[in-house]
Write a protein that binds this ligand. Structure first.
Ligand code: MN
Length: 235
């Protein structure tokens, strides 16, 4: 759905019209408060343990929000009213003194808000819709090859970052990784699925074995959410 807010943000962002107009988080409202987890903290056990989930959500995500808020208050209080997508896409226009803080913490707030919704317990996670399955098979040959490609990006990301399934302006799917809290919408791409590969996302349970975390994470993908984001991006 192309909202007035999305269109205005798209104009402000120059090249990012598609991402903002089409993405719109499929109905999810984002502001400067910590979004509730859409499941219990232990709902993704054994793949994602409750302690990691609790710390990740209430400490790490909250810290991104607090630091984003502090930076904007200090250097661009008029931005406090902007939707988070718009802040993330336009951070380069901010003053030097807060630009990096907004890039990191604004990205952190945005990415984690998405991330919680991209996971779900198996009984409510659904399966890829016919159109999502077709698009994935078209881009990667098969679901297995897609998982291998995403896992390779997630494993290969040096240091902290994310791996993503994205849709580009031509509606083509691909996988990529981003460093730190950078994210696809800054480049005009629509994220359909993303995995956090910061050590804070897995270290308590998986220690140095990032590859094991990634394989386990494939069990908690919320395909209903991927389907929803895919449909929103295709409208
Ligand atoms: Mn994280």
């Amino acid at each position: 759905m192309i909202t007035r807010r999305g269109m205005m943000a798209g104009v402000a962002a120059g090249g990012a019209t598609l991402a903002l107009a089409k993405f719109s988080l499929a109905g999810m409202k984002l502001d400067f408060s910590l979004p509730k987890l859409p499941y219990a903290v232990d709902a993704l056990e054994p793949h994602i343990d409750a302690q990691t989930m609790t710390i990740h959500h209430t400490k790490h995500h909250q810290a991104y929000i607090d630091k984003l808020t502090a930076a904007l208050k200090e250097g661009a209080p008029e931005w406090m009213n902007k939707p988070i997508e718009e802040i993330v896409v336009n951070y380069k226009t901010l003053p030097d003194s807060i630009r990096m803080a907004v890039r990191n913490h604004g990205g952190g707030h945005y990415n984690h808000s998405l991330f919680w919704t991209m996971m779900a317990p198996a009984k409510v996670a659904g399966a890829p819709s016919e159109s999502v399955a077709k698009a994935i098979e078209g881009a990667f040959q098969s679901m297995d090859e897609f998982k291998k490609a995403l896992a390779a990006k997630a494993t290969g990301q040096f240091g902290s970052g994310w791996a993503w399934l994205v849709m580009d302006k031509a509606k083509k799917l691909s996988v990529l990784s981003t460093a730190n809290q950078d994210n696809p919408i800054t480049d005009g791409l629509v994220p359909l699925l993303g995995i956090d590969v910061w050590e804070h996302a897995y270290y308590l349970k998986y220690q140095n074995k990032r590859a094991d975390y990634i394989q386990a994470w494939f069990n908690v993908i919320n395909w209903n959410r991927v389907n929803e984001l895919f449909d929103a991006a295709n409208k």
